[in-house]
Design a protein around this ligand. Structure first.
Ligand SMILES: *[C@@H]1O[C@H](CO)[C@@H](O)[C@H](O)[C@H]1NC(C)=O
Ligand SMILES: *[C@@H]1O[C@H](CO)[C@@H](O)[C@H](O)[C@H]1NC(C)=O
Length: 498
């Protein structure tokens, strides 16, 4: 009897210990889990139908494989143009709260992303990350406090501006390639996709593996000017439109660059613990001198229609609990700031950001915590758009060239180009619910409901008006400061003139 009692007590004790062990040990392990490396690849002006997994005519095998083995983001919103999207990505704020709503930072504009707000690389550095930036900054450079090196990047190699020549790295007649603060003259003739991929590989090869790292790889591709090595142009012999053919080659060159970066991560044993995010910064411009396509979406870069703002994107990495699927919830480029900080084990305090942490939603395919998106508020131009649930309200300029543009190589087969009739007052209401397949559903913005649903218009207008309270006046994009003239700086676009 006594013995049995001891046995039972002992068994219970053992069982209890086991329970304790099972419960406590995994927790401890998660706490001690290595912080993941984060590689954020931002493509420039890459449209919805300019990528292989949305358009089989485009050769991007690496991207397609990463996307299909990860999570394809089907409703990942950005802003209508370059600098506003980049500002949102870095800060977690909608660009209209930073004065960044209107468009790209021009070459001689004495302004930049407000230097008093902490941005993603600085936050990650505080969490123990090494931080590398390769590629296009485009968030201001007139003083060093605006440059990547003083915003939290340990190392920077790339452009301050936009629209450089892919080979000479000149913007206008002056050099815009920088290694930290030093001008890089020696790469005249190296295609920027090669240059940036090689530099990313170099940073990876030299990375101190005791620390996690964040790499922001902001390729120039596939922004105009349309330039590509022959090798890639030759891969599309059946494409008659030469501009389109060049652009398709540029997408393939980009894909090859990403392949190199992934190989470097694998070779260095870093891939298993790397989270890779890929996104475009805005929809494609569809007219020459560009020739992108956002098909089947409506509109293009600089417009708040879906074609300008619903971007291609995906994430890939072992830390995702569920992979190999398409995520259909809404996310916005402002969300990466809190999401990546949360992945890195950080917390957001004392910051009234617009981004929300979507990590759990993406990694488990659960409901998005986001039900509302402000596409932008550009009061200076009388433009604004908001989406709540499936309803999207727009009050925009009566733009010309709002079209459904099939990719030139598929025109006639997939559909023919048609354009929106110009709406006199620029007021639209769409119900974006449902499928691309033509039916009563309307994610492709065919049916303006503004006149027949005035209550809905009022509801969304009211919500937008609340947002207006936080608008910071946009930077003056017409002022060109003569102090910026690169002739004052040895022929280089340089910092130190504001
Ligand atoms: C495009 O237009 C041509 C000429 O009108 C027509 O033959 C063709 O069927 C159209 N294609 C589609 C997919 O609607
Ligand atoms: C992406 O979203 C559209 C509707 O917006 C839908 O028609 C399409 O099926 C979705 N793709 C996937 C793979 O779920």
């Amino acid at each position: 009897m006594q013995l049995l009692r001891h046995f039972v007590i002992l068994s219970l004790f053992t069982f209890g210990c086991l329970l304790w062990y099972v419960n406590v040990f995994p927790k401890k392990r998660t706490n001690q889990m290595k912080k993941p490396n984060i590689v954020f690849i931002l493509a420039d002006d890459l449209g919805w139908a300019d990528i292989g997994y949305n358009n089989p005519n485009i050769i991007t095998p690496t991207i397609d494989e990463l996307a299909r083995g990860g999570v394809i983001l089907n409703q990942s919103y950005v802003t209508q143009s370059c600098s506003p999207s980049r500002a949102a990505l870095m800060s977690g704020y909608y660009p209209y709260r930073l004065g960044f709503q209107t468009g790209g930072v021009r070459r001689q504009m004495p302004t930049g992303l407000p230097s008093d707000i902490p941005i993603l690389p600085r936050k990650l550095r505080n969490l123990g990350y090494s931080t590398y930036m390769v590629g296009k900054w485009h968030l201001g450079y007139c003083k060093s406090a605006y440059t990547p090196n003083e915003r939290g990047f340990d190392k920077f190699y790339g452009y301050y501006l936009a629209s450089e020549d892919y080979y000479t790295h000149m913007a206008g007649n002056w050099l815009d390639l920088h290694d930290n603060f030093d001008p890089v003259w020696g790469e005249d003739g190296t295609y920027s996709t090669y240059l940036f991929s090689n530099k990313a590989v170099e940073f990876i090869d030299h990375h101190d593996k005791a620390k996690p790292f964040f790499m922001y790889l902001a390729y120039q591709s596939i922004h105009e000017p349309l330039q590509v090595p022959d090798k890639y142009f030759d891969m599309y012999p059946s494409v008659k439109n030469e501009m389109r053919r060049t652009l398709m080659g540029m997408a393939t060159a980009l894909d090859d660059g990403i392949k190199q970066v992934v190989s470097a991560l694998k070779r260095n044993g870093l891939w298993e613990n790397t989270l890779l995010v890929f996104s475009s910064d805005n929809g494609a411009p569809t007219l020459p001198p560009h020739q992108g396509s956002n098909w089947p979406l409506l509109g293009q870069k600089h417009q708040l229609f879906e074609g300008g703002t619903r971007a291609v994107g995906f994430i890939h990495g072992n830390m995702l609990q569920k992979t190999g699927y398409t995520y259909n919830g809404m996310i916005h480029i402002v969300d990466w700031y809190p999401t990546l900080l949360s992945v890195a084990g950080g917390k957001i305090r004392d910051q009234e950001i617009d981004g929300v942490d979507v990590w759990k939603a993406l990694s488990t395919n659960s409901l998005s915590p986001r039900n509302e998106i402000v596409y932008n508020i550009i009061s200076e131009q009388g433009e604004a758009a908001i989406r709540i649930g499936n309803f999207k309200f727009m009050n925009v300029l009566p733009y010309t060239d709002v079209c459904w543009d099939p990719p030139p190589e598929a025109e006639g087969k997939w559909g023919n180009k048609t354009c929106l009739k110009q709406n006199e007052n620029g007021v639209y209401l769409f119900n974006l619910k449902g499928d691309f397949i033509p039916s009563t559903d309307d994610p492709l913005e065919h049916k303006n409901l503004a006149d027949i649903m005035p209550n809905k218009v009022r509801e969304l207008t009211r919500r937008l008006e609340e947002k207006y309270e936080k608008v910071v006046p946009a930077f003056d994009r017409s002022y060109h400061d003569p102090e910026a003239n690169p002739n004052n700086f040895g022929g280089v676009w340089s910092t130190g003139w504001c």
